[in-house]
Design a protein around this ligand. Structure first.
Ligand code: GLY
Length: 351
């Protein structure tokens, strides 16, 4: 006998993304603001001056990728229970990508899921991580391997939070902007070649273009069944680099920058990209002092680490390779020999 449960449903998870000065935010129930001591010191006063809610609780977690763990999530959930949050309560993730990912994940778990709002304060989280509902933590097997899709109710992107951003963090955010342009928008990439993001209104324009690009991709493929995987351009290589260096050497966006250079090298090798286009990408990354190379210690173990990537099936590695500028190919047919040949170019002994 077979009993079927019919769960076909139409869900409207649409949400607004405001770009501009932080507006008044009104919440009916209790609010927990998840942040870290650094962001709290710099910007919490601003947020609290715009926020009205029944009760507001501040939960801080230590700053750093090494704290993006299930243990930290458990401590956040404990605090939420201490404050007796309920299903009508909301969590505000106030910080960079790590806070956004952990805040969204804690919200997805608490009472089997409460609403949350993203208020990103780094360039990387403003242009990428805060949009699209990916939440989660790392474990010893790799980055973001535990998590949930949980869309925020709203995203507030206020570029004025970026005034206090250290220049390395700025560059890390630019890497994600470049990613969006190379894979989906050739004219945006040309604009990036011709405009410095540190001048005038250019940064706000770039944030807007990057978020529009990302929103368009997420609308087509929320749960990453296909197209959305293209936003992981540079990440397949980058995640291995981050894991090998135990998240201590490079910021996420920096390892993505190196990962894009490696992916471009592979794209050139299989005939998807010209050496000239690869150089154009490199030049834009260089302008923001991003690292472009990584000395691989052991090509074989770097290669094996690809198999932990969420996109990869049991025996094939999925690579996101640019098709020139403004196009992208998601492929699992690149043979091991070709991949290892490209990795060998980054072998520390050949560097
Ligand atoms: N950061 C890639 C994505 O959200 O899909």
């Amino acid at each position: 006998m077979t009993i079927s449960i019919n769960l076909k449903r139409i869900i409207d998870d649409s949400y607004p993304i405001h770009i501009g000065p932080l507006p008044e935010i009104k919440v009916e129930g209790k609010v927990a603001v998840l942040t870290n001591p650094k962001i709290a010191g710099l910007h919490l006063k601003t947020l609290l001056s715009r926020l009205s809610a029944k009760e507001v609780y501040i939960i801080t977690v230590p700053d750093g990728e090494q704290y993006k763990t299930l243990q930290t999530i458990e401590s956040v959930l404990d605090r939420m229970f201490d404050h007796r949050l309920n299903r009508k309560s909301q969590l505000i993730a106030f910080g960079g990508g790590i806070i956004g990912d952990m805040g969204g994940f804690a919200a997805s778990l608490y009472n089997r899921g409460i609403d949350f709002i993203q208020i990103p304060t780094t360039l990387l989280s403003q242009v990428d991580a805060s949009v699209g509902g990916k939440t989660g933590v790392n474990n010893r097997f790799g980055k973001n391997l535990i998590g949930a899709f949980h869309q925020p109710r709203a995203v507030y992107i206020d570029p004025s939070f970026l005034h206090t951003l250290p220049s390395r963090e700025f560059g890390a955010g630019v890497a994600e902007i470049v990613k969006m342009a190379v894979t989906f928008n050739a004219s945006f990439f040309e604009w990036l070649e011709n405009n410095d993001l540190r001048e005038g209104e250019n940064l706000q324009i770039a944030i807007q273009k990057a978020v529009e690009t990302k929103a368009g991709v997420v609308e087509q493929d929320e749960k990453e069944q296909g197209l959305r995987a293209a936003l992981n351009y540079g990440h397949t290589f980058g995640h291995v680099i981050e894991n090998e260096t135990e998240y201590t050497t490079y910021l996420h966006g920096e390892s993505v920058a190196i990962g894009m250079v490696m992916a471009n090298e592979l794209a050139c090798e299989v005939g998807l990209m010209s050496a000239n286009d690869a150089l154009r990408v490199q030049k834009v990354l260089e302008r923001y002092d991003l690292p472009l190379s990584y000395p691989i210690e052991d090509v074989e173990s770097f290669y094996q680490a690809f198999f932990l990537d969420k996109k990869s099936a049991d025996s094939a590695i999925t690579f996101i390779l640019p098709r020139g500028i403004g196009g992208v190919e998601i492929t699992d047919t690149v043979d091991a020999q070709t991949v290892k040949k490209v990795l060998s170019k980054f072998d520390r002994r050949n560097a």
